[in-house]
Design a protein around this ligand. Structure first.
Ligand SMILES: [Zn+2]
Length: 490
């Protein structure tokens, strides 16, 4: 007798990059597992007809700072089923997992150990915890950026080692925010990751073209450490830290990869970045290194373009964690666009959104508000990254095939993490026995709708999004009550 599945997605274009499967088929789901993939009809207690729609493994975002209910909802409508905070990380990880588990999340979630928070505690003497808000609030504070003595470095490594034992998914390193830290410390942290068999996730140090007297070039540092320690070094948002130097950076990455080093890169399709306005590289006297002026910065809480150096200094002193949009490349200019395209299309690149927390420009933040009011703002990448890739790179320019885009959004991230995190070996794939984290979308219409002016407008084109077999988006609408997201630990 034929097997009966709980649910059958009937007649969609099923995409499984790992097996190169791209054909019309039925997908069966029972509980939280994919129980059938077949070009002949499957039998289900419930059937959803999805002809003309793509059925793919849900997007796995390796770079999401939007670890709140509202952040996850915006990402669910962009096709994300797993949102991981790896670059900034969260130390103590137990606190981050407990908080997300207690509140409930629509999407699967997970955290890396935070080198930055470890340093803030050991070197800066600041109380640990508090997540991304706490990290951003202190990001420009010079106390945590001071060089470490041998003893202090041992303490940092011991703290991070304990976090890995507590299930952290690797080590996040915000090197670019602490330009005075010795290269040896970075190498030691990577050595710890290599010994534990986990990846590191780096916001790289600045580049020598911009800062000629830098201790060591950021791209040289990351790739050298990958070659010397054997650690898997994940190069976060290689687009925004490389900008016009992307060819040199990718050349270094490709060279060490060819020699066997493990480096993956990550990119998001926007010309502007976002970070706390107190970041060291946004000091008025350093803007010229990036070819910027104060007017390149938009301070999110007021929406103002920063008028001058004095205003920038004032904002940095008053609200160092206040988020700001940093306009570095102009996507509308072909000469700038090409740098973004190189980052996105490199063989080593996965799509990662760098989704940001919401800033509430007035009133009391309401974590349960939906739809989001206009007073909740962020970088458009939070809501739109994955759909923008599908719109621009797949549909409008044809520079990625649909299967390649699905691979970069889901299968490749699952592979990067799957080496050390068994749970990821069952994700990023539409195969029998894998997790029923699935997106059903229309390749002809899927699109981002968020802009710098209207930053939290959700993407469109997703008919259904399933996390662990449960719909978080159904018939294009968010299911507000659905909280099937599970913690992903090592
Ligand atoms: Zn970053």
């Amino acid at each position: 007798m034929a097997e009966t599945h709980d649910l059958v997605l009937r007649g969609g274009r099923v995409l499984d990059p790992e097996t190169n499967f791209d054909a019309v088929a039925d997908v069966g789901v029972t509980g939280d597992v994919i129980t059938g993939v077949s070009t002949t009809p499957l039998h289900g207690r419930r059937t959803l007809d999805v002809p003309g729609l793509a059925v793919a493994p849900g997007w796995i975002d390796m770079h999401s700072h939007a670890q709140t209910l509202a952040g996850h909802r915006l990402q669910a409508l962009d096709g994300v089923t797993t949102a991981l905070e790896l670059e900034a990380g969260a130390t103590p990880v137990a606190e981050a997992y407990n908080e997300a588990t207690a509140e409930g999340r629509p999407l699967n979630f997970g955290f890396a150990a935070s080198w930055t928070q470890a340093r803030m505690a050991v070197i800066g003497g600041m109380p640990p915890g508090g997540g991304i808000g706490s990290t951003l609030g202190r990001i420009g504070d010079p106390r945590w950026q001071a060089p470490a003595t041998g003893r202090a470095l041992e303490e940092i490594l011991a703290l991070l080692g304990g976090e890995l034992a507590n299930g952290a998914l690797g080590i996040g390193i915000l090197m670019g925010y602490a330009p005075g830290v010795a290269h040896e410390e970075y190498a030691a942290v990577a050595g710890l990751a290599a010994a534990a068999g986990v990846p590191t996730y780096t916001h790289s140090r600045d580049l020598v073209e911009r800062v000629p007297d830098i201790l060591i070039d950021g791209a040289e540092e990351l790739t050298r450490v990958a070659a010397e320690t054997g650690a898997h070094m994940h190069y976060c948002h290689v687009n925004s830290t490389s900008t016009r130097q992307i060819d040199r950076v990718l050349g270094l990455v490709e060279r060490v990869r060819a020699e066997g080093a493990r480096v993956s890169t990550e990119a998001y399709p926007y010309g502007a970045g976002m970070t706390g306005i107190g970041a060291s590289f946004l000091a008025p006297e350093r803007l010229a290194e990036w070819g910027m002026t104060p007017a390149s910065i938009v301070y999110t809480p007021t929406g103002e373009r920063v008028a001058d150096a004095a205003r920038l200094a004032r904002l940095r002193a008053d609200d160092p964690g206040g988020l700001a949009i940093i306009h570095t490349l102009d996507e509308r200019l072909p000469a700038d666009r090409i740098f973004l395209d190189r980052a996105l299309l490199a063989a080593s690149t996965v799509i990662g959104s760098d989704a940001m927390p919401l800033t509430w420009t007035s009133g009391v933040p309401d974590p349960y508000a939906w739809p989001l009011p206009k007073t909740a703002v962020t970088h458009p990448r939070t809501a739109g990254t994955f759909s923008k890739v599908l719109r621009h790179y797949v549909r409008e320019t044809g520079t990625l095939s649909l299967l390649e885009a699905v691979s970069r959004a889901s299968t490749l991230p699952a592979r990067v993490l799957g080496e050390s995190v068994p749970a990821l070996r069952r994700k990023g794939r539409v195969q029998v026995g894998c997790d029923a984290d699935l997106v059903v979308f229309d390749p002809a219409t899927v699109t981002d709708r968020s802009t710098y002016e209207d930053s939290t407008r959700p993407s469109a084109g997703y008919a259904h999004v399933f996390v662990a077999g449960e719909a978080v988006v159904s018939d294009g609408e968010l299911v507000l009550s659905a909280l099937p997201g599970r913690p992903i630990r090592r």
